[in-house]
Design a protein around this ligand. Sequence first.
Ligand SMILES: CC(C)(COP(=O)(O)OP(=O)(O)OC[C@H]1O[C@@H](n2cnc3c(N)ncnc32)[C@H](O)[C@@H]1OP(=O)(O)O)[C@@H](O)C(=O)NCCC(=O)NCCS
Length: 155
Amino acid sequence: MITSLRLEPVTPGNVDAALALRVHPYQEKNVAPVVKSLAEAYAYGETAWPRLIFDGDELVGFVMAFLDIPWDPERDPDDRRSGLWRLNIAADRQGKGYGRFAVDAVRQELARRGAARYYVTWEKGEHSPEEFYLRLGFRPTGEVSGGETVGVLEI
Ligand SMILES: CC(C)(COP(=O)(O)OP(=O)(O)OC[C@H]1O[C@@H](n2cnc3c(N)ncnc32)[C@H](O)[C@@H]1OP(=O)(O)O)[C@@H](O)C(=O)NCCC(=O)NCCS
């Protein structure tokens, strides 16, 4: 049973454990490793929102949101979006509700910041997280970004 789920910032004390998080090898094509996400979080500054998912004292996953970025400046500079950038639940901790918790925690953060829509993109194909996102209420917008399906949830 999930007892004490929470998100925590990345700190000097937990960064090594964060870097050691691994999804199943066959899922690695669907999500970047935490080390890449943390490098991007550094580069993107305030528009990246990386957090660790803890169940009690146990680190079970990593989630990163993007906040109010110009989506496709060439097509529409006014189209700024927020959403879920990365989600990595540890291979041996999947299927316990942690992914659902993290998606909802990001929704709450976006709502707090006044966002009306919550975007995500996913790879299709074998072991795709598509069903997970559809189950949580995301609907395809009909767009493809970087080869990935774009989904949206009204907040
Ligand atoms: C996809 C992922 C985040 C799901 O996290 P999780 O903690 O295992 O998912 P949860 O236990 O919260 O599942 C929530 C619901 O989605 C369902 N679900 C989860 N993964 C699913 C999948 N691959 N296919 C179909 N249903 C899935 C669960 O059965 C559960 O259903 P319920 O409504 O009956 O309870 C996790 O498997 C993961 O880290 N995958 C590898 C990386 C990845 O693809 N990340 C997403 C990048 S965009």
